[in-house]
Design a protein around this ligand. Structure first.
Ligand code: SF4
Length: 323
Protein backbone atom coordinates (compact mmCIF):
# COMPACT_ATOMS: atom_id res chain seq x y z
CA UNK A 1 0.00 0.00 0.00
CA UNK A 2 1.16 3.52 -0.76
CA UNK A 3 0.00 6.90 0.58
CA UNK A 4 0.54 10.43 -0.66
CA UNK A 5 1.45 12.98 2.00
CA UNK A 6 0.59 16.65 1.59
CA UNK A 7 3.95 17.74 2.90
CA UNK A 8 4.84 21.27 4.02
CA UNK A 9 8.22 20.22 5.41
CA UNK A 10 7.16 21.28 8.93
CA UNK A 11 7.44 18.94 11.90
CA UNK A 12 3.79 17.83 11.79
CA UNK A 13 4.01 16.63 8.20
CA UNK A 14 7.32 14.88 8.97
CA UNK A 15 5.69 13.04 11.87
CA UNK A 16 2.71 12.06 9.71
CA UNK A 17 5.09 10.47 7.20
CA UNK A 18 6.92 8.52 9.90
CA UNK A 19 3.76 7.30 11.65
CA UNK A 20 2.39 5.89 8.43
CA UNK A 21 5.69 4.43 7.27
CA UNK A 22 5.95 2.68 10.66
CA UNK A 23 2.95 0.61 9.49
CA UNK A 24 4.80 -0.58 6.38
CA UNK A 25 3.09 1.86 4.08
CA UNK A 26 5.17 3.51 1.38
CA UNK A 27 4.86 7.31 1.37
CA UNK A 28 5.31 9.76 -1.48
CA UNK A 29 5.53 13.35 -0.23
CA UNK A 30 3.93 16.14 -2.28
CA UNK A 31 4.75 19.80 -1.87
CA UNK A 32 2.43 22.33 -3.48
CA UNK A 33 4.47 25.35 -4.51
CA UNK A 34 3.20 28.90 -4.96
CA UNK A 35 4.91 32.31 -5.07
CA UNK A 36 3.99 32.57 -1.37
CA UNK A 37 5.54 29.37 -0.12
CA UNK A 38 8.83 28.05 -1.48
CA UNK A 39 9.78 24.38 -1.47
CA UNK A 40 13.19 24.93 0.20
CA UNK A 41 12.19 23.72 3.66
CA UNK A 42 10.20 20.80 2.29
CA UNK A 43 13.23 19.67 0.27
CA UNK A 44 15.49 19.78 3.34
CA UNK A 45 12.95 17.95 5.53
CA UNK A 46 12.27 15.30 2.87
CA UNK A 47 16.00 14.68 2.54
CA UNK A 48 16.28 14.33 6.29
CA UNK A 49 13.56 11.64 6.29
CA UNK A 50 14.75 10.03 3.05
CA UNK A 51 11.22 10.32 1.69
CA UNK A 52 10.72 10.98 -2.04
CA UNK A 53 9.33 14.45 -2.72
CA UNK A 54 7.38 15.70 -5.72
CA UNK A 55 7.03 19.48 -6.03
CA UNK A 56 3.87 20.57 -7.82
CA UNK A 57 3.29 24.15 -8.94
CA UNK A 58 -0.28 25.26 -8.14
CA UNK A 59 0.29 28.99 -8.68
CA UNK A 60 -2.59 29.58 -11.11
CA UNK A 61 -5.50 28.04 -9.18
CA UNK A 62 -3.99 29.18 -5.90
CA UNK A 63 -3.87 32.84 -7.01
CA UNK A 64 -7.55 32.63 -7.88
CA UNK A 65 -8.45 31.48 -4.38
CA UNK A 66 -6.15 34.04 -2.75
CA UNK A 67 -8.10 36.74 -4.57
CA UNK A 68 -11.51 35.23 -3.98
CA UNK A 69 -11.60 32.63 -1.23
CA UNK A 70 -14.91 30.86 -0.73
CA UNK A 71 -14.27 30.40 2.97
CA UNK A 72 -12.53 33.68 3.71
CA UNK A 73 -9.12 34.54 5.11
CA UNK A 74 -7.26 33.73 8.31
CA UNK A 75 -5.58 36.55 10.23
CA UNK A 76 -4.02 38.03 7.09
CA UNK A 77 -4.33 37.14 3.37
CA UNK A 78 -4.13 33.39 4.04
CA UNK A 79 -7.17 31.52 2.69
CA UNK A 80 -6.20 28.34 4.54
CA UNK A 81 -9.44 26.35 4.18
CA UNK A 82 -9.63 26.88 0.41
CA UNK A 83 -5.89 26.37 0.08
CA UNK A 84 -5.98 23.04 1.92
CA UNK A 85 -8.98 21.90 -0.13
CA UNK A 86 -7.05 22.76 -3.33
CA UNK A 87 -3.92 20.89 -2.22
CA UNK A 88 -5.87 17.81 -1.12
CA UNK A 89 -7.97 17.85 -4.29
CA UNK A 90 -4.80 17.96 -6.39
CA UNK A 91 -3.30 15.14 -4.30
CA UNK A 92 -6.48 13.11 -4.88
CA UNK A 93 -6.14 13.58 -8.63
CA UNK A 94 -2.64 12.09 -8.41
CA UNK A 95 -3.60 8.94 -6.49
CA UNK A 96 -4.02 6.78 -9.58
CA UNK A 97 -0.96 8.18 -11.33
CA UNK A 98 1.15 7.49 -8.22
CA UNK A 99 -0.40 4.07 -7.58
CA UNK A 100 -1.43 5.21 -4.10
CA UNK A 101 -4.55 4.38 -2.10
CA UNK A 102 -5.04 7.40 0.16
CA UNK A 103 -3.78 10.81 1.26
CA UNK A 104 -2.32 11.84 4.61
CA UNK A 105 -1.49 15.18 6.18
CA UNK A 106 0.10 16.49 9.38
CA UNK A 107 -2.96 18.51 10.43
CA UNK A 108 -3.65 18.53 14.17
CA UNK A 109 -7.16 19.08 15.47
CA UNK A 110 -7.45 22.49 17.15
CA UNK A 111 -3.94 23.63 16.29
CA UNK A 112 -5.19 26.49 14.14
CA UNK A 113 -8.50 27.90 15.35
CA UNK A 114 -9.99 28.61 11.93
CA UNK A 115 -8.65 25.98 9.57
CA UNK A 116 -8.07 23.04 11.89
CA UNK A 117 -11.19 22.90 14.01
CA UNK A 118 -13.39 19.82 13.60
CA UNK A 119 -15.86 21.33 11.16
CA UNK A 120 -13.06 22.87 9.04
CA UNK A 121 -11.29 19.50 8.82
CA UNK A 122 -14.56 17.87 7.71
CA UNK A 123 -15.25 20.66 5.24
CA UNK A 124 -11.77 20.34 3.71
CA UNK A 125 -12.13 16.56 3.35
CA UNK A 126 -15.51 17.04 1.66
CA UNK A 127 -14.57 19.93 -0.62
CA UNK A 128 -11.36 18.27 -1.75
CA UNK A 129 -13.40 15.29 -2.91
CA UNK A 130 -11.23 12.95 -0.82
CA UNK A 131 -13.77 12.35 1.96
CA UNK A 132 -12.70 9.32 3.99
CA UNK A 133 -9.62 8.78 1.82
CA UNK A 134 -7.99 11.58 3.81
CA UNK A 135 -6.21 10.42 6.97
CA UNK A 136 -4.76 12.73 9.63
CA UNK A 137 -2.52 10.34 11.58
CA UNK A 138 -1.63 12.82 14.37
CA UNK A 139 -5.26 13.40 15.37
CA UNK A 140 -6.93 10.29 13.93
CA UNK A 141 -8.36 9.12 17.27
CA UNK A 142 -10.38 12.33 17.59
CA UNK A 143 -11.83 11.97 14.09
CA UNK A 144 -14.23 9.48 12.48
CA UNK A 145 -12.37 6.41 11.15
CA UNK A 146 -11.05 6.98 7.67
CA UNK A 147 -11.21 4.42 4.87
CA UNK A 148 -7.60 3.26 5.38
CA UNK A 149 -8.58 2.43 8.97
CA UNK A 150 -11.94 0.76 8.27
CA UNK A 151 -10.45 -1.26 5.40
CA UNK A 152 -7.59 -2.43 7.62
CA UNK A 153 -4.85 -0.85 5.48
CA UNK A 154 -3.65 0.86 8.63
CA UNK A 155 -4.16 0.17 12.36
CA UNK A 156 -6.13 2.90 14.11
CA UNK A 157 -4.66 1.81 17.48
CA UNK A 158 -1.23 2.93 16.36
CA UNK A 159 -2.41 6.36 15.28
CA UNK A 160 -2.48 9.35 17.64
CA UNK A 161 -4.80 11.68 19.53
CA UNK A 162 -2.94 14.99 19.38
CA UNK A 163 -5.14 18.02 19.88
CA UNK A 164 -4.65 21.74 20.50
CA UNK A 165 -1.95 24.33 20.07
CA UNK A 166 0.80 22.93 22.28
CA UNK A 167 3.82 21.70 20.32
CA UNK A 168 5.16 19.63 23.22
CA UNK A 169 3.66 16.26 22.14
CA UNK A 170 5.06 16.73 18.64
CA UNK A 171 8.50 17.59 19.98
CA UNK A 172 8.46 14.57 22.30
CA UNK A 173 7.45 12.31 19.41
CA UNK A 174 10.17 13.81 17.19
CA UNK A 175 12.71 12.93 19.87
CA UNK A 176 11.37 9.37 20.11
CA UNK A 177 11.50 8.98 16.32
CA UNK A 178 14.99 10.55 16.24
CA UNK A 179 13.89 13.44 14.05
CA UNK A 180 16.35 16.09 15.11
CA UNK A 181 16.39 18.42 12.13
CA UNK A 182 13.09 20.18 11.54
CA UNK A 183 12.14 23.79 10.76
CA UNK A 184 10.64 26.11 13.38
CA UNK A 185 6.86 26.58 13.08
CA UNK A 186 7.31 30.27 12.24
CA UNK A 187 7.81 31.35 8.62
CA UNK A 188 6.81 29.45 5.57
CA UNK A 189 3.75 30.97 3.99
CA UNK A 190 4.07 34.68 3.24
CA UNK A 191 0.30 35.04 3.25
CA UNK A 192 0.36 34.74 7.04
CA UNK A 193 2.65 37.77 7.35
CA UNK A 194 1.20 41.19 8.05
CA UNK A 195 3.44 43.40 5.91
CA UNK A 196 3.43 41.06 2.93
CA UNK A 197 -0.37 40.75 3.13
CA UNK A 198 -0.79 44.52 3.20
CA UNK A 199 1.37 44.86 0.10
CA UNK A 200 -0.49 42.06 -1.67
CA UNK A 201 -3.86 43.62 -0.89
CA UNK A 202 -2.61 46.89 -2.33
CA UNK A 203 -1.35 45.11 -5.46
CA UNK A 204 -4.70 43.37 -6.00
CA UNK A 205 -6.54 46.67 -5.56
CA UNK A 206 -4.49 48.23 -8.41
CA UNK A 207 -3.85 45.16 -10.58
CA UNK A 208 -6.54 42.48 -10.56
CA UNK A 209 -4.35 40.04 -12.53
CA UNK A 210 -0.77 40.70 -11.45
CA UNK A 211 2.25 39.12 -13.10
CA UNK A 212 4.34 36.75 -10.94
CA UNK A 213 7.13 39.31 -11.22
CA UNK A 214 4.93 41.84 -9.40
CA UNK A 215 4.31 39.37 -6.57
CA UNK A 216 8.06 38.70 -6.33
CA UNK A 217 8.62 42.45 -5.89
CA UNK A 218 6.46 42.39 -2.74
CA UNK A 219 9.00 40.23 -0.96
CA UNK A 220 11.62 42.89 -0.31
CA UNK A 221 12.45 46.60 -0.31
CA UNK A 222 10.50 49.60 0.96
CA UNK A 223 7.23 50.14 -0.91
CA UNK A 224 5.67 53.54 -1.58
CA UNK A 225 2.26 54.17 -3.15
CA UNK A 226 2.77 57.21 -5.38
CA UNK A 227 -0.61 57.38 -7.09
CA UNK A 228 -3.43 55.14 -8.35
CA UNK A 229 -1.61 52.01 -9.50
CA UNK A 230 1.86 53.58 -9.35
CA UNK A 231 4.35 52.22 -6.85
CA UNK A 232 8.02 52.65 -6.06
CA UNK A 233 10.10 49.83 -4.54
CA UNK A 234 13.37 50.95 -2.97
CA UNK A 235 16.11 48.42 -2.12
CA UNK A 236 17.33 48.36 1.49
CA UNK A 237 20.76 46.79 0.97
CA UNK A 238 23.14 45.56 -1.71
CA UNK A 239 21.46 42.18 -2.02
CA UNK A 240 17.99 43.73 -2.49
CA UNK A 241 19.39 46.27 -4.97
CA UNK A 242 20.83 43.47 -7.08
CA UNK A 243 17.62 41.46 -6.88
CA UNK A 244 15.49 44.46 -7.87
CA UNK A 245 17.79 45.19 -10.77
CA UNK A 246 17.66 41.66 -12.13
CA UNK A 247 13.88 41.38 -11.67
CA UNK A 248 13.00 44.70 -13.30
CA UNK A 249 15.56 45.15 -16.08
CA UNK A 250 13.76 45.49 -19.40
CA UNK A 251 10.37 45.35 -17.68
CA UNK A 252 10.04 48.51 -15.58
CA UNK A 253 11.75 51.87 -14.99
CA UNK A 254 14.79 51.58 -12.73
CA UNK A 255 16.22 54.55 -10.79
CA UNK A 256 19.70 54.78 -9.29
CA UNK A 257 21.90 57.67 -8.09
CA UNK A 258 24.83 58.24 -10.44
CA UNK A 259 27.15 60.41 -8.39
CA UNK A 260 26.68 59.02 -4.85
CA UNK A 261 26.02 55.61 -3.25
CA UNK A 262 22.33 54.83 -3.00
CA UNK A 263 19.59 52.29 -3.57
CA UNK A 264 18.20 50.77 -6.71
CA UNK A 265 14.51 51.64 -7.04
CA UNK A 266 11.86 50.24 -9.37
CA UNK A 267 8.85 52.16 -10.56
CA UNK A 268 5.74 50.17 -11.51
CA UNK A 269 2.38 51.25 -12.92
CA UNK A 270 1.51 54.36 -14.91
CA UNK A 271 4.36 56.91 -14.89
CA UNK A 272 3.64 60.61 -15.46
CA UNK A 273 6.41 63.26 -15.32
CA UNK A 274 5.26 64.37 -11.85
CA UNK A 275 5.17 60.76 -10.51
CA UNK A 276 8.65 60.19 -11.93
CA UNK A 277 9.82 63.36 -10.18
CA UNK A 278 8.35 62.11 -6.89
CA UNK A 279 9.99 58.68 -7.35
CA UNK A 280 13.35 60.36 -7.95
CA UNK A 281 12.99 62.47 -4.79
CA UNK A 282 12.21 59.37 -2.68
CA UNK A 283 15.16 57.46 -4.11
CA UNK A 284 17.45 60.43 -3.40
CA UNK A 285 16.11 60.61 0.18
CA UNK A 286 17.25 57.00 0.78
CA UNK A 287 20.69 57.67 -0.74
CA UNK A 288 23.82 59.07 0.93
CA UNK A 289 22.63 62.53 -0.05
CA UNK A 290 22.73 64.35 3.31
CA UNK A 291 23.63 67.97 2.85
CA UNK A 292 23.28 67.88 -0.94
CA UNK A 293 20.79 70.13 -2.67
CA UNK A 294 20.54 67.92 -5.71
CA UNK A 295 21.69 64.55 -6.97
CA UNK A 296 22.34 63.17 -10.46
CA UNK A 297 20.01 60.22 -11.02
CA UNK A 298 20.18 57.50 -13.66
CA UNK A 299 16.86 56.44 -15.17
CA UNK A 300 16.71 53.18 -17.14
CA UNK A 301 13.43 52.83 -18.97
CA UNK A 302 12.26 49.77 -20.87
CA UNK A 303 13.98 51.11 -24.01
CA UNK A 304 16.20 54.06 -23.09
CA UNK A 305 18.56 55.42 -20.44
CA UNK A 306 19.08 59.00 -19.31
CA UNK A 307 20.27 61.16 -16.41
CA UNK A 308 18.23 63.80 -14.56
CA UNK A 309 18.91 66.03 -11.59
CA UNK A 310 16.66 65.46 -8.55
CA UNK A 311 16.41 67.63 -5.41
CA UNK A 312 17.61 66.32 -2.04
CA UNK A 313 14.85 65.85 0.56
CA UNK A 314 14.50 64.12 3.92
CA UNK A 315 12.98 60.64 4.21
CA UNK A 316 10.38 61.83 6.68
CA UNK A 317 8.59 63.69 3.86
CA UNK A 318 7.61 60.33 2.32
CA UNK A 319 6.83 58.16 5.36
CA UNK A 320 3.06 58.55 4.87
CA UNK A 321 3.28 56.91 1.43
CA UNK A 322 4.72 53.66 2.69
CA UNK A 323 2.69 50.52 2.11
S1 SF4 B 1 -0.65 28.96 5.55
FE1 SF4 B 1 -0.50 29.45 3.36
S2 SF4 B 1 0.11 27.50 2.39
FE2 SF4 B 1 -0.65 27.00 4.45
S3 SF4 B 1 -2.81 26.51 4.14
FE3 SF4 B 1 -2.69 28.68 4.69
S4 SF4 B 1 -2.62 29.77 2.73
FE4 SF4 B 1 -2.11 27.60 2.31
Amino acid sequence: MKALCVFSGGLDSMLAVELVRAQDIEVQALFFETPFFSSDKAKTSAEHLHVPLRVIDITKPHLEIVQNPRHGYGTHMNPCIDCHALMFRTAGELLEDEGAGFVISGEVLGQRPMSQNKSALELIARESGLGSLLLRPLSAKHLPPSKPETRGWIQRDLLLDFKGRSRKPQMALAKKLKISDYPSPAGGCLLTEEVFSRRLKHLFSCTPHPEIFEIELLKFGRHFALGPGTKLVVGRNKQENQRLFSLATGKRTILKPVSIPGPTAVLTGPVTPSLLGLALEITVAYSDSEGQDSVKMGISGEKDERVEIAPGKHKRAFKGMMI
